[in-house]
Design a protein around this ligand. Structure first.
Ligand code: IMP
Length: 442
Protein backbone atom coordinates (compact mmCIF):
# COMPACT_ATOMS: atom_id res chain seq x y z
CA UNK A 1 0.00 0.00 0.00
CA UNK A 2 -0.84 2.97 -0.66
CA UNK A 3 -1.62 1.66 -4.19
CA UNK A 4 -2.12 -2.11 -4.24
CA UNK A 5 -3.52 -4.01 -7.21
CA UNK A 6 -5.32 -7.32 -6.74
CA UNK A 7 -5.52 -9.46 -9.88
CA UNK A 8 -6.48 -12.99 -10.76
CA UNK A 9 -3.44 -15.07 -11.76
CA UNK A 10 -5.44 -17.89 -13.39
CA UNK A 11 -8.78 -18.10 -15.26
CA UNK A 12 -10.80 -16.09 -12.74
CA UNK A 13 -12.66 -17.21 -9.59
CA UNK A 14 -9.43 -17.33 -7.57
CA UNK A 15 -11.02 -15.72 -4.52
CA UNK A 16 -10.04 -12.10 -5.22
CA UNK A 17 -13.20 -10.91 -3.46
CA UNK A 18 -12.19 -12.34 -0.11
CA UNK A 19 -8.67 -10.92 -0.35
CA UNK A 20 -9.91 -7.49 -1.42
CA UNK A 21 -12.31 -7.61 1.50
CA UNK A 22 -9.46 -8.42 3.92
CA UNK A 23 -7.30 -5.60 2.56
CA UNK A 24 -10.19 -3.14 2.42
CA UNK A 25 -10.22 -3.13 6.20
CA UNK A 26 -6.75 -1.52 6.10
CA UNK A 27 -7.47 0.69 3.08
CA UNK A 28 -9.31 3.92 2.40
CA UNK A 29 -10.74 3.21 -1.03
CA UNK A 30 -11.45 0.29 -3.37
CA UNK A 31 -11.72 0.78 -7.12
CA UNK A 32 -12.80 -1.68 -9.79
CA UNK A 33 -11.05 -1.09 -13.10
CA UNK A 34 -12.37 -3.57 -15.70
CA UNK A 35 -14.99 -6.21 -16.43
CA UNK A 36 -18.59 -5.96 -15.41
CA UNK A 37 -21.23 -8.17 -13.88
CA UNK A 38 -19.63 -11.20 -15.51
CA UNK A 39 -17.71 -11.19 -12.22
CA UNK A 40 -19.25 -12.11 -8.91
CA UNK A 41 -18.22 -13.01 -5.43
CA UNK A 42 -19.74 -13.88 -2.12
CA UNK A 43 -18.55 -12.45 1.17
CA UNK A 44 -19.45 -14.03 4.49
CA UNK A 45 -19.37 -11.53 7.33
CA UNK A 46 -20.39 -12.61 10.84
CA UNK A 47 -22.50 -15.42 9.42
CA UNK A 48 -24.26 -13.13 6.93
CA UNK A 49 -23.84 -13.70 3.21
CA UNK A 50 -23.34 -10.86 0.72
CA UNK A 51 -23.21 -11.27 -3.05
CA UNK A 52 -21.49 -8.66 -5.21
CA UNK A 53 -21.25 -8.27 -8.98
CA UNK A 54 -20.36 -4.63 -9.58
CA UNK A 55 -19.99 -2.74 -6.32
CA UNK A 56 -16.70 -3.32 -4.47
CA UNK A 57 -17.43 -5.25 -1.29
CA UNK A 58 -15.53 -2.51 0.60
CA UNK A 59 -18.93 -0.79 0.74
CA UNK A 60 -19.66 -2.95 3.82
CA UNK A 61 -17.09 -0.91 5.77
CA UNK A 62 -18.57 2.43 6.81
CA UNK A 63 -16.66 5.42 5.48
CA UNK A 64 -14.71 3.69 2.69
CA UNK A 65 -14.83 5.13 -0.78
CA UNK A 66 -15.83 2.54 -3.39
CA UNK A 67 -15.32 3.37 -7.02
CA UNK A 68 -16.55 1.81 -10.24
CA UNK A 69 -13.86 3.03 -12.60
CA UNK A 70 -14.04 4.12 -16.23
CA UNK A 71 -12.74 0.73 -17.44
CA UNK A 72 -15.77 -1.15 -16.10
CA UNK A 73 -18.85 -1.88 -18.21
CA UNK A 74 -21.99 -1.31 -16.18
CA UNK A 75 -25.40 -2.88 -16.53
CA UNK A 76 -27.33 -0.12 -14.73
CA UNK A 77 -30.23 -2.40 -13.88
CA UNK A 78 -27.90 -4.82 -12.10
CA UNK A 79 -26.14 -1.96 -10.34
CA UNK A 80 -29.41 -0.44 -9.11
CA UNK A 81 -30.63 -3.84 -7.89
CA UNK A 82 -27.34 -4.26 -6.02
CA UNK A 83 -27.68 -0.78 -4.47
CA UNK A 84 -31.31 -1.41 -3.47
CA UNK A 85 -30.34 -4.75 -1.90
CA UNK A 86 -27.64 -3.06 0.18
CA UNK A 87 -29.92 -0.21 1.24
CA UNK A 88 -32.61 -2.71 2.27
CA UNK A 89 -30.01 -4.25 4.61
CA UNK A 90 -29.21 -0.80 6.02
CA UNK A 91 -25.81 -0.39 4.40
CA UNK A 92 -24.76 3.21 3.82
CA UNK A 93 -24.00 3.38 0.08
CA UNK A 94 -23.10 7.07 -0.06
CA UNK A 95 -19.41 6.15 -0.50
CA UNK A 96 -20.07 4.67 -3.95
CA UNK A 97 -18.72 6.73 -6.86
CA UNK A 98 -19.34 5.79 -10.48
CA UNK A 99 -17.14 7.03 -13.30
CA UNK A 100 -19.01 9.28 -15.72
CA UNK A 101 -16.85 7.73 -18.45
CA UNK A 102 -17.73 4.09 -17.77
CA UNK A 103 -19.68 2.40 -20.55
CA UNK A 104 -23.18 1.02 -20.18
CA UNK A 105 -24.48 -2.40 -21.09
CA UNK A 106 -27.61 -1.87 -23.16
CA UNK A 107 -30.46 -4.34 -23.84
CA UNK A 108 -29.11 -5.00 -27.35
CA UNK A 109 -25.74 -6.02 -25.91
CA UNK A 110 -27.42 -8.83 -23.97
CA UNK A 111 -29.25 -10.05 -27.07
CA UNK A 112 -26.12 -9.86 -29.22
CA UNK A 113 -24.04 -11.77 -26.66
CA UNK A 114 -26.48 -14.70 -26.69
CA UNK A 115 -26.98 -14.52 -30.46
CA UNK A 116 -23.20 -14.52 -31.01
CA UNK A 117 -22.79 -17.62 -28.88
CA UNK A 118 -25.67 -19.40 -30.62
CA UNK A 119 -24.10 -18.60 -34.00
CA UNK A 120 -20.78 -20.10 -32.95
CA UNK A 121 -22.48 -23.40 -32.10
CA UNK A 122 -19.92 -25.95 -30.95
CA UNK A 123 -17.19 -23.29 -31.13
CA UNK A 124 -18.84 -21.06 -28.57
CA UNK A 125 -16.78 -19.30 -25.93
CA UNK A 126 -19.13 -19.99 -23.05
CA UNK A 127 -19.59 -16.32 -22.15
CA UNK A 128 -21.62 -15.31 -19.13
CA UNK A 129 -24.14 -13.79 -21.59
CA UNK A 130 -24.17 -10.55 -19.67
CA UNK A 131 -23.45 -8.43 -22.77
CA UNK A 132 -19.81 -7.80 -21.83
CA UNK A 133 -18.20 -8.49 -25.23
CA UNK A 134 -20.71 -6.49 -27.32
CA UNK A 135 -20.45 -3.55 -24.90
CA UNK A 136 -16.64 -3.41 -25.10
CA UNK A 137 -16.94 -3.81 -28.89
CA UNK A 138 -19.14 -0.70 -29.05
CA UNK A 139 -16.69 1.15 -26.82
CA UNK A 140 -13.86 0.40 -29.26
CA UNK A 141 -16.08 1.26 -32.23
CA UNK A 142 -16.91 4.59 -30.56
CA UNK A 143 -20.58 3.68 -30.48
CA UNK A 144 -20.80 3.20 -26.73
CA UNK A 145 -23.27 4.81 -24.35
CA UNK A 146 -21.52 6.18 -21.27
CA UNK A 147 -22.77 6.84 -17.76
CA UNK A 148 -22.70 10.60 -18.37
CA UNK A 149 -25.08 10.17 -21.34
CA UNK A 150 -27.80 9.15 -18.90
CA UNK A 151 -27.97 12.75 -17.75
CA UNK A 152 -28.97 14.22 -21.13
CA UNK A 153 -32.09 12.91 -22.83
CA UNK A 154 -31.29 14.32 -26.28
CA UNK A 155 -27.75 12.95 -26.37
CA UNK A 156 -28.87 9.61 -24.97
CA UNK A 157 -31.51 9.10 -27.66
CA UNK A 158 -29.16 10.19 -30.45
CA UNK A 159 -26.43 7.84 -29.28
CA UNK A 160 -28.79 4.87 -28.92
CA UNK A 161 -30.00 5.41 -32.50
CA UNK A 162 -26.41 5.63 -33.77
CA UNK A 163 -25.39 2.51 -31.83
CA UNK A 164 -28.33 0.45 -33.04
CA UNK A 165 -28.11 1.43 -36.70
CA UNK A 166 -25.16 -0.83 -37.68
CA UNK A 167 -26.71 -3.70 -35.70
CA UNK A 168 -30.03 -3.66 -37.55
CA UNK A 169 -29.41 -6.88 -39.42
CA UNK A 170 -28.25 -8.85 -36.38
CA UNK A 171 -31.12 -7.51 -34.29
CA UNK A 172 -33.79 -8.28 -36.90
CA UNK A 173 -34.85 -11.57 -35.23
CA UNK A 174 -35.49 -9.51 -32.06
CA UNK A 175 -37.47 -6.75 -33.79
CA UNK A 176 -40.50 -7.33 -31.59
CA UNK A 177 -38.53 -7.53 -28.37
CA UNK A 178 -39.98 -4.76 -26.13
CA UNK A 179 -36.54 -4.10 -24.63
CA UNK A 180 -35.42 -2.75 -28.03
CA UNK A 181 -38.17 -0.14 -28.37
CA UNK A 182 -36.28 3.14 -28.69
CA UNK A 183 -38.64 5.25 -26.64
CA UNK A 184 -39.05 2.67 -23.84
CA UNK A 185 -35.29 2.06 -23.73
CA UNK A 186 -34.48 5.78 -23.57
CA UNK A 187 -37.03 6.33 -20.82
CA UNK A 188 -35.84 3.35 -18.83
CA UNK A 189 -32.21 4.50 -19.04
CA UNK A 190 -33.14 8.09 -18.10
CA UNK A 191 -34.77 6.71 -14.96
CA UNK A 192 -31.56 4.74 -14.27
CA UNK A 193 -29.70 8.03 -14.67
CA UNK A 194 -31.87 9.74 -12.05
CA UNK A 195 -31.33 6.84 -9.67
CA UNK A 196 -27.56 6.86 -10.12
CA UNK A 197 -26.95 10.60 -10.47
CA UNK A 198 -25.84 11.18 -6.88
CA UNK A 199 -23.03 8.63 -7.36
CA UNK A 200 -21.73 9.83 -10.75
CA UNK A 201 -18.35 11.56 -10.49
CA UNK A 202 -15.01 12.36 -12.08
CA UNK A 203 -13.49 9.29 -10.46
CA UNK A 204 -10.04 9.68 -12.06
CA UNK A 205 -9.72 13.03 -10.30
CA UNK A 206 -10.99 11.49 -7.09
CA UNK A 207 -8.35 8.73 -7.34
CA UNK A 208 -5.65 11.35 -7.88
CA UNK A 209 -6.78 13.31 -4.84
CA UNK A 210 -6.86 10.19 -2.66
CA UNK A 211 -3.39 9.09 -3.76
CA UNK A 212 -1.96 12.61 -3.40
CA UNK A 213 -3.27 12.57 0.16
CA UNK A 214 -1.37 9.34 0.82
CA UNK A 215 -4.57 7.31 1.16
CA UNK A 216 -4.45 3.56 0.71
CA UNK A 217 -6.21 2.51 -2.47
CA UNK A 218 -6.99 -1.06 -3.50
CA UNK A 219 -7.41 -1.68 -7.23
CA UNK A 220 -9.72 -4.67 -7.56
CA UNK A 221 -9.38 -6.72 -10.74
CA UNK A 222 -11.99 -9.10 -12.12
CA UNK A 223 -11.44 -12.38 -14.02
CA UNK A 224 -7.81 -13.45 -14.43
CA UNK A 225 -4.64 -13.23 -16.54
CA UNK A 226 -5.49 -16.22 -18.71
CA UNK A 227 -8.76 -14.54 -19.71
CA UNK A 228 -6.96 -11.35 -20.80
CA UNK A 229 -8.03 -10.28 -24.30
CA UNK A 230 -4.40 -9.66 -25.35
CA UNK A 231 -2.40 -12.24 -23.43
CA UNK A 232 -4.93 -14.92 -22.54
CA UNK A 233 -6.16 -17.98 -24.40
CA UNK A 234 -7.77 -15.93 -27.20
CA UNK A 235 -10.53 -16.18 -28.40
CA UNK A 236 -11.57 -18.02 -25.22
CA UNK A 237 -11.13 -14.89 -23.13
CA UNK A 238 -13.15 -12.00 -21.79
CA UNK A 239 -13.23 -8.68 -23.64
CA UNK A 240 -11.10 -6.61 -21.26
CA UNK A 241 -7.61 -6.70 -19.72
CA UNK A 242 -7.64 -8.28 -16.25
CA UNK A 243 -3.88 -7.62 -15.93
CA UNK A 244 -2.32 -5.18 -13.47
CA UNK A 245 -1.39 -2.78 -16.28
CA UNK A 246 -5.07 -2.18 -16.91
CA UNK A 247 -5.57 -0.95 -13.35
CA UNK A 248 -3.99 2.36 -14.36
CA UNK A 249 -6.04 2.99 -17.47
CA UNK A 250 -9.24 1.58 -16.01
CA UNK A 251 -9.07 3.75 -12.90
CA UNK A 252 -7.36 6.78 -14.43
CA UNK A 253 -4.03 6.77 -12.54
CA UNK A 254 -0.42 6.47 -13.66
CA UNK A 255 1.86 3.42 -13.20
CA UNK A 256 3.82 5.23 -10.49
CA UNK A 257 0.74 5.21 -8.28
CA UNK A 258 0.99 1.44 -7.95
CA UNK A 259 3.22 0.10 -5.16
CA UNK A 260 2.19 -3.54 -4.81
CA UNK A 261 0.69 -6.09 -7.17
CA UNK A 262 -0.80 -9.19 -5.64
CA UNK A 263 -1.82 -12.10 -7.84
CA UNK A 264 -4.43 -14.47 -6.48
CA UNK A 265 -4.24 -18.15 -7.36
CA UNK A 266 -6.06 -21.16 -6.05
CA UNK A 267 -3.91 -24.05 -4.83
CA UNK A 268 -5.30 -25.86 -7.88
CA UNK A 269 -6.89 -24.56 -11.10
CA UNK A 270 -10.44 -23.95 -12.30
CA UNK A 271 -11.91 -22.56 -15.47
CA UNK A 272 -15.48 -21.82 -16.62
CA UNK A 273 -16.39 -21.67 -20.26
CA UNK A 274 -14.58 -23.25 -23.18
CA UNK A 275 -10.92 -23.08 -24.17
CA UNK A 276 -7.60 -24.81 -23.54
CA UNK A 277 -6.82 -26.01 -20.02
CA UNK A 278 -3.74 -28.27 -20.12
CA UNK A 279 -3.80 -29.40 -16.47
CA UNK A 280 -7.53 -30.23 -16.50
CA UNK A 281 -8.75 -33.29 -14.59
CA UNK A 282 -11.59 -35.24 -16.14
CA UNK A 283 -12.15 -38.22 -13.88
CA UNK A 284 -12.91 -38.76 -10.21
CA UNK A 285 -10.20 -36.42 -8.96
CA UNK A 286 -11.71 -33.54 -10.94
CA UNK A 287 -15.10 -34.22 -9.38
CA UNK A 288 -13.63 -34.51 -5.91
CA UNK A 289 -11.99 -31.08 -6.17
CA UNK A 290 -15.18 -29.60 -7.65
CA UNK A 291 -17.28 -30.89 -4.76
CA UNK A 292 -14.78 -30.16 -2.00
CA UNK A 293 -14.02 -26.70 -3.33
CA UNK A 294 -17.69 -25.91 -4.16
CA UNK A 295 -16.59 -25.05 -7.67
CA UNK A 296 -19.82 -23.73 -9.13
CA UNK A 297 -20.00 -20.21 -10.62
CA UNK A 298 -21.32 -17.32 -8.48
CA UNK A 299 -22.67 -15.52 -11.54
CA UNK A 300 -24.03 -18.34 -13.69
CA UNK A 301 -24.06 -21.35 -11.33
CA UNK A 302 -22.15 -23.37 -13.96
CA UNK A 303 -19.94 -26.21 -12.68
CA UNK A 304 -16.32 -25.15 -13.06
CA UNK A 305 -13.76 -27.29 -14.85
CA UNK A 306 -11.05 -28.35 -12.40
CA UNK A 307 -7.39 -29.31 -12.65
CA UNK A 308 -4.04 -29.38 -10.88
CA UNK A 309 -2.11 -26.18 -10.33
CA UNK A 310 -0.48 -25.05 -13.58
CA UNK A 311 2.91 -23.48 -12.82
CA UNK A 312 3.58 -22.71 -16.49
CA UNK A 313 0.49 -20.50 -16.59
CA UNK A 314 1.19 -19.10 -13.11
CA UNK A 315 4.73 -18.08 -14.04
CA UNK A 316 3.32 -16.40 -17.16
CA UNK A 317 0.79 -14.49 -15.02
CA UNK A 318 3.54 -13.50 -12.57
CA UNK A 319 5.59 -12.04 -15.41
CA UNK A 320 2.74 -10.28 -17.23
CA UNK A 321 1.57 -8.63 -14.03
CA UNK A 322 5.00 -8.13 -12.43
CA UNK A 323 3.50 -9.62 -9.29
CA UNK A 324 5.13 -8.54 -6.07
CA UNK A 325 3.35 -11.33 -4.19
CA UNK A 326 1.12 -14.32 -4.61
CA UNK A 327 -1.91 -15.24 -2.55
CA UNK A 328 -2.69 -18.93 -2.50
CA UNK A 329 -6.36 -19.62 -1.80
CA UNK A 330 -8.23 -22.80 -0.90
CA UNK A 331 -5.18 -24.78 0.19
CA UNK A 332 -7.49 -26.66 2.59
CA UNK A 333 -9.32 -28.23 -0.38
CA UNK A 334 -6.23 -30.35 -1.12
CA UNK A 335 -6.12 -31.92 2.37
CA UNK A 336 -6.55 -35.68 2.45
CA UNK A 337 -4.67 -36.52 -0.76
CA UNK A 338 -1.72 -38.94 -0.76
CA UNK A 339 0.06 -37.14 -3.59
CA UNK A 340 -0.47 -33.75 -5.20
CA UNK A 341 0.44 -33.08 -8.81
CA UNK A 342 1.66 -29.78 -10.18
CA UNK A 343 1.93 -29.05 -13.90
CA UNK A 344 5.52 -27.89 -14.40
CA UNK A 345 5.80 -28.01 -18.21
CA UNK A 346 3.75 -28.71 -21.32
CA UNK A 347 4.51 -31.31 -23.95
CA UNK A 348 3.54 -30.36 -27.48
CA UNK A 349 3.42 -32.42 -30.64
CA UNK A 350 6.63 -34.26 -31.58
CA UNK A 351 7.63 -34.37 -27.91
CA UNK A 352 8.55 -30.66 -27.76
CA UNK A 353 8.74 -29.53 -24.14
CA UNK A 354 7.59 -26.04 -23.05
CA UNK A 355 8.58 -24.45 -19.74
CA UNK A 356 7.16 -21.13 -20.85
CA UNK A 357 3.59 -20.47 -21.86
CA UNK A 358 3.48 -20.99 -25.65
CA UNK A 359 2.40 -17.99 -27.69
CA UNK A 360 0.97 -20.07 -30.52
CA UNK A 361 -2.62 -21.23 -30.11
CA UNK A 362 -2.06 -24.49 -32.00
CA UNK A 363 0.75 -25.47 -29.64
CA UNK A 364 -1.39 -24.64 -26.64
CA UNK A 365 -4.43 -26.53 -27.93
CA UNK A 366 -2.33 -29.68 -28.35
CA UNK A 367 -0.27 -29.28 -25.20
CA UNK A 368 -0.46 -31.96 -22.55
CA UNK A 369 0.57 -31.17 -19.01
CA UNK A 370 3.72 -32.74 -17.56
CA UNK A 371 3.46 -33.16 -13.82
CA UNK A 372 5.75 -33.14 -10.82
CA UNK A 373 4.36 -35.08 -7.87
CA UNK A 374 4.65 -33.82 -4.32
CA UNK A 375 3.62 -35.48 -1.06
CA UNK A 376 0.13 -34.65 0.19
CA UNK A 377 -1.08 -34.17 3.75
CA UNK A 378 -4.04 -35.53 5.71
CA UNK A 379 -4.59 -32.80 8.29
CA UNK A 380 -7.47 -30.37 8.17
CA UNK A 381 -6.02 -26.86 7.75
CA UNK A 382 -9.04 -24.85 8.90
CA UNK A 383 -7.50 -23.86 12.24
CA UNK A 384 -3.99 -23.02 10.96
CA UNK A 385 -3.07 -19.36 11.39
CA UNK A 386 0.72 -19.37 11.02
CA UNK A 387 3.09 -21.13 8.66
CA UNK A 388 4.33 -23.34 11.49
CA UNK A 389 0.75 -24.59 12.08
CA UNK A 390 0.74 -26.08 8.59
CA UNK A 391 1.85 -29.69 7.98
CA UNK A 392 5.38 -30.08 6.52
CA UNK A 393 4.01 -31.27 3.17
CA UNK A 394 1.78 -28.18 2.85
CA UNK A 395 4.75 -25.91 3.56
CA UNK A 396 6.78 -27.83 0.99
CA UNK A 397 3.99 -27.31 -1.54
CA UNK A 398 3.95 -23.54 -0.88
CA UNK A 399 7.73 -23.33 -1.15
CA UNK A 400 7.65 -25.24 -4.45
CA UNK A 401 5.10 -22.75 -5.85
CA UNK A 402 7.14 -19.75 -4.67
CA UNK A 403 10.33 -21.07 -6.25
CA UNK A 404 8.74 -22.07 -9.55
CA UNK A 405 6.44 -19.07 -10.00
CA UNK A 406 8.99 -16.47 -8.99
CA UNK A 407 6.76 -14.59 -6.54
CA UNK A 408 6.77 -14.80 -2.74
CA UNK A 409 3.57 -16.05 -1.10
CA UNK A 410 1.99 -13.33 1.04
CA UNK A 411 -1.14 -15.01 2.27
CA UNK A 412 -2.68 -18.48 2.26
CA UNK A 413 -6.38 -19.28 2.44
CA UNK A 414 -7.28 -22.27 4.61
CA UNK A 415 -11.08 -22.06 4.68
CA UNK A 416 -14.03 -19.93 3.59
CA UNK A 417 -14.14 -17.79 6.75
CA UNK A 418 -12.60 -14.34 6.81
CA UNK A 419 -10.28 -15.33 9.64
CA UNK A 420 -9.16 -18.55 7.94
CA UNK A 421 -5.91 -17.20 6.51
CA UNK A 422 -2.20 -17.56 7.17
CA UNK A 423 -0.15 -14.38 6.73
CA UNK A 424 3.51 -14.84 5.86
CA UNK A 425 6.22 -12.40 6.88
CA UNK A 426 6.48 -11.27 3.24
CA UNK A 427 2.75 -10.59 3.17
CA UNK A 428 2.74 -8.48 6.29
CA UNK A 429 5.75 -6.50 5.18
CA UNK A 430 4.41 -5.73 1.72
CA UNK A 431 0.98 -4.83 3.01
CA UNK A 432 1.97 -2.32 5.64
CA UNK A 433 5.30 -1.02 4.35
CA UNK A 434 8.32 -0.24 6.45
CA UNK A 435 7.66 1.16 9.90
CA UNK A 436 3.91 0.62 9.85
CA UNK A 437 1.97 -1.63 12.14
CA UNK A 438 1.59 -5.21 10.92
CA UNK A 439 -1.83 -6.90 10.82
CA UNK A 440 -2.35 -9.49 13.52
CA UNK A 441 -1.49 -13.07 12.64
CA UNK A 442 -5.06 -14.25 13.07
P1 IMP B 1 -17.65 -12.91 -20.92
O1 IMP B 1 -16.69 -12.17 -20.05
O2 IMP B 1 -19.02 -13.02 -20.34
O3 IMP B 1 -17.65 -12.39 -22.33
O4 IMP B 1 -17.11 -14.42 -21.02
C1 IMP B 1 -15.90 -14.74 -21.70
C2 IMP B 1 -15.17 -15.87 -20.98
O5 IMP B 1 -14.70 -15.38 -19.73
C3 IMP B 1 -16.02 -17.08 -20.66
O6 IMP B 1 -15.20 -18.23 -20.72
C4 IMP B 1 -16.45 -16.86 -19.23
O7 IMP B 1 -16.76 -18.05 -18.56
C5 IMP B 1 -15.19 -16.21 -18.67
N1 IMP B 1 -15.45 -15.35 -17.51
C6 IMP B 1 -15.97 -14.09 -17.52
N2 IMP B 1 -16.05 -13.62 -16.28
C7 IMP B 1 -15.56 -14.56 -15.46
C8 IMP B 1 -15.33 -14.62 -14.05
O8 IMP B 1 -15.61 -13.69 -13.28
N3 IMP B 1 -14.79 -15.77 -13.60
C9 IMP B 1 -14.45 -16.80 -14.41
N4 IMP B 1 -14.62 -16.78 -15.72
C10 IMP B 1 -15.18 -15.67 -16.26
Amino acid sequence: MPGIVIVGAQWGDEGKGKITDLLAEHGDAVVRFQGGNNAGHTIVREGEEWKFHLIPSGILYPGKTCVIGNGVVIDPKVLIDELDGLRARRIDVSGLKISANAHLIMPYHLLLDSAGEARLGSLQIGTTRRGIGPCYADKAARLGIRVQDLLDEKILKKKIVAAMEPKRLSLRPHEKDPSLDLRAMTEEYLVFGHRLEQHIADTAKLMWELLQDGRKVIFEGAQGAMLDIDHGTYPFVTSSNPLSGAACVGAGVGPKDIDEIWGISKAYTTRVGAGPFPSELHEEMGDLIRQKGSEFGTTTGRPRRTGWLDIVALRYATRLNTLTALVLTKLDVLSGLDRIKVCTSYRGEEEAEFDDFPYHQTVLHHATAQFTELPGWKEDLGECRTLSDLPDAAREYIQFIEERSGAPVALIGVGPGREQVVWTAAGRASLVGPGAEAPAAA
